[in-house]
Each structure stands twice: as structure tokens, then as C-alpha cells.
Write a protein that binds this ligand. Structure first.
Ligand code: NI
Length: 168
């Protein structure tokens, strides 16, 4: 089922997610809904808090339009190693019509559970490394705009307020 994606400044996006204690049918359903919602948007990643669920589940698929889908579902993801610097443009389904360059690590190792409860590990670089960091941030209640310099952040907030006023 396609779920509604919450957008900035919805306070649900600032709440921390709890670790999943066991992989149940409801967690599998959550992951399926998240994947469907991400592909529908379309986007390359989605974290559970973006649909108002505060459980540590993320989905990522960075495969291109003309490639077969490569869905990653990561439950309780943790970055166990990070190195190098990246500074790439990011966007977010919860922050529509805004993109900015964000400082990240260039390479990360991520450990998580899959939907069978087995431990998985990824050595990620490039876009996948950035996607992992971006989605794991969501589980901590952080958005990519929280990484901006104070000045850039202020410009973003001003734009967002203006857009919200125009919607009214
Ligand atoms: Ni995002």
C-alpha cells in the first residue's frame, strides 16, 4: 500500500526511531509499503519515520531507470565504519523542491538485519554510501538540511516558510 510521505516541517520527522525487536509480519508489511511508496514517488530511499512510523527500517534502491530494481531493506541499520569525504547534492522526498550539497563520508560499512532476521553487511561507496547515511539520519530525526551551514539553512527555512504561506 502506498503511504503518505510526511514533509518538512512535520514534527514526526524529528523523532527518533526505536530499534525493531523482532521481524514480524507487520515489519515485513511495513517494508513492503515503504518500497512501494518509494518506487511510486519515485525516490532512491525512504525511512520509516517519513511515513510516520518510528521503527528503524530503511529501504534503498539506487539502480537506474533502465536497470532491474535492486531493493535493499535494512532493519536496525548501523554504520560500523566510515571514511573519506563526499560533498554531493542531495534531495529528500520529505523536503520537496529543494536540493543542496551535503558533507558526508565517502565510504561506509553498514550492518543491519534483513527481513529474514539475518545479519547483512554492506561496504558502500558513492551514491549508495550517501543514501545509507541520509536514510540512517532519518532514523535519528535528522534531515539533510540539518547538515547545512547556518546561512544556507536560514535561506532554506525562509524558502520553506514562503512556500507554506503560498499554499494557504
Ligand atoms: Ni530523505
Amino acid at each position: 500500500m502506498i503511504r503518505t510521505i510526511l514533509t518538512y516541517p512535520n514534527p514526526e520527522l524529528k523523532k527518533k526511531s526505536a530499534p525493531v525487536s523482532s521481524i514480524t509480519d507487520s515489519i515485513r508489511q511495513l517494508a513492503a509499503d515503504m518500497a512501494e511508496t518509494m518506487y511510486d514517488a519515485p525516490g532512491i530511499g525512504l525511512a520509516a519515520p517519513q511515513i510516520g512510523v518510528h521503527q528503524a527500517v530503511i529501504v534503498i534502491d539506487i539502480s537506474g531507470k533502465n536497470e532491474p530494481p535492486e531493493l535493499i531493506v535494512a532493519v536496525n541499520p548501523v554504520i560500523t565504519h566510515a571514511e573519506g569525504d563526499a560533498f554531493e547534492e542531495e534531495g529528500c522526498l520529505s523536503v520537496p523542491s529543494y536540493a543542496a550539497n551535503v558533507k558526508r563520508h565517502a565510504r561506509v560499512t553498514v550492518k543491519a538485519l534483513d527481513l529474514s532476521g539475518a545479519e547483512q553487511e554492506w561496504d558502500a561507496e558513492g551514491l549508495l554510501a550517501i543514501a545509507f547515511q541520509h536514510e540512517i539520519d532519518h532514523l535519528e530525526g535528522r534531515l539533510f538540511v540539518d547538515h547545512l551551514s547556518p546561512l544556507k539553512r536560514e535561506i532554506f527555512q525562509r524558502k520553506a516558510r514562503k512556500a507554506a504561506e503560498e499554499k494557504r
